[in-house]
Ligand binder design. Sequence first.
Ligand code: ADP
Ligand code: MG
Length: 680
Amino acid sequence: MDLNQSIQYIKGVGPARVQQLNKLGIYTLNDAITFFPRTYEDRGAYKKIGELVNGETVTFKGMVTSRVSETRIRKGMSIYKLIVRDETGSIILTWFNQPYIKNTFVVGKEYSFYGKVLGGLGRLEVQNPIFEAYGENKNTGKIIPIYPLTHGITQNVIRGIIENAIKLVDNTLEETLPIKIREKYNLCEVNYATYNIHFPKVLHDFEISRYRIAFEELFMLQMGLFQLKAKANKDYKGISFNKKVNIEELTGTFPYSLTNAQNRVWNEIAHDMESENSMNRLVQGDVGSGKTVVAMMAMYKAVKNGYQAAMMAPTAILARQHYNNISKTLEEFGVRCALFTSELTKKQKEILIEKLKNNEIDIAIGTHALLEENIEFNNLGLVITDEQHRFGVRQRGVLSSKGNMVDTLVMTATPIPRTLAIILYGDLDISIIDELPPGRKKIDTYAVKKDMETRVNSFIKKEIDAGRQVYIVCPLVEESETTDLKSVTEQYEYYKEIFKEYNVAILHGKMKNKDKAEIMEKYKNNQIDVLISTTVIEVGVDVPNATLMVIENAERFGLAQLHQLRGRVGRGEHKSYCILKYSGNSEVIKERMQIMQQSNDGFVISEKDLELRGPGDFFGTVQHGVPEFKVANLYTDIRIMKKAQEAVKELLDIDPLLEKDENSKIREKIDNLFNKKLEI
Ligand code: ADP
Ligand code: MG
């Protein structure tokens, strides 16, 4: 059976239908049978009429005892009513303006109905019920799949087409999962699963079918990622930075000693760098856990081994800050650093490009500007990307390709639960800095509503009068048409008035880089008391004297992002605070604000965020290049994922390269999956 054949060969699909189905992303027979329901309606469990209660949506059976009555309420508006009964009671069925109803029912015959029950004691009614002769079992009497639709296609039509598609396939789907795995993990057969995920007779059929299909998706993804990783480790001999470098010479100049976690992660990195395989490592650590310092140590080691290093950050502000810190520390050791951003003049840029090519620059720090084609290195050996979740998979690759088999280090402050990290960053080894430097104080966080505004404003004044500085963060740059969110500029006008006697400034993404840098510099030097800003300050900036952050419309942000923002305060010796101003009364919003007040642990927060919002939202899976699942859900199917992972490991122990015949189908599947993925 050719699963790639066009849907036009499915019974009931003519040229017009082909176009409609294409709109739903259905082109081939395979697309049709894997076009899974969005949800299901259980119309299988019949209730007696006497048991029906107001508000429930149910299936029931009733005998027609008299003819349909018609009432004209006004011109062009008629109501049709029918009374049916069983041995426990009777119920009224109502239709509006549907004259055909009059001649549809036969007195004395039984019908099945499905719909929402309205009304109270004795006067129950269902409007516009779905119905059919009892026993027909097409639209009632079973579990009905509900599909995503497009204009011109009804549930009945799509259901019919999918049923015909499955008939056409006629149980010829080939099994992809080896029998041993299916037996051990209780996975039903593929044809059975495909039929029953669409048309389950009872809930159990659906459950075991869904389990199998979700398992297979998670199995294939993880198998693919393992293969990628194995390939990366095996095929590519990388650089061995094996010249001994006395790292204490560098760390000895730090005004503090490294935390245990920093030391552990450093050892992992140093080991990777010395090994002749290329390093592909993700360093995760909460804001302020000291990732940058470790990255600097890695660059130092690379340079002392005779290579160049590059470090890419997502914003110009952050790139500049890294540049300032790193050059200040490393220039004492004769390491030459340069900053590449789009603010450079043409002339400045030409000079830097020339120096970089001639190996007169050891470390290039910058934004996306580093990716430009004319930026060439002499001997690039190490690539670091900071705040990786801001960059696509491909951008990381572009920078790496400016060297030859370079080592790569990816840093992120987005704390990703380990289970998910394995999927999102499956091709990377993971190091976690799970300890903050000593002496960091908890940032006291309060969630407040609009009516507290005056008190919040006096608190802001109190902090400034004590010599501190304040951030006020707004979610949007421009006025949105649909909401009453104040834009950052409006907020700026408002606060300028409120804090007349203080220095108030504004910072947002649409400003010129030069102006942004200037404002940040002033803020750093305490020439600005209150900075009204968008999330451009989210990543990395370090102003120890800032002790209060007020976040407007906090309900608009993800928890991980709030946590990241909040990390901008509490970086110095002073007690720090975060005030979340929110609106809305939903339970989810309240719960989320609660979590922010209670926890200062990025990992706990991200787990909760995931629970409340789901992973798609959280990570932007497309950007990460993770294939979309049709059935599996990265958060709710964690248990299935662990099982699938176990199965992958067992299989790879026996057949690491998937060379055995019985595993050829797996090979085929992941090749397809990952060819697609790599195009992203
Ligand atoms: P991250 O990049 O993880 O957010 P940074 O590397 O920017 O964190 O470090 C945050 C601040 O903590 C910096 O001011 C840095 O100098 C300081 N720091 C880093 N490591 C330590 C440590 N072990 N002890 C004390 N302070 C540290
Ligand atoms: Mg950082």
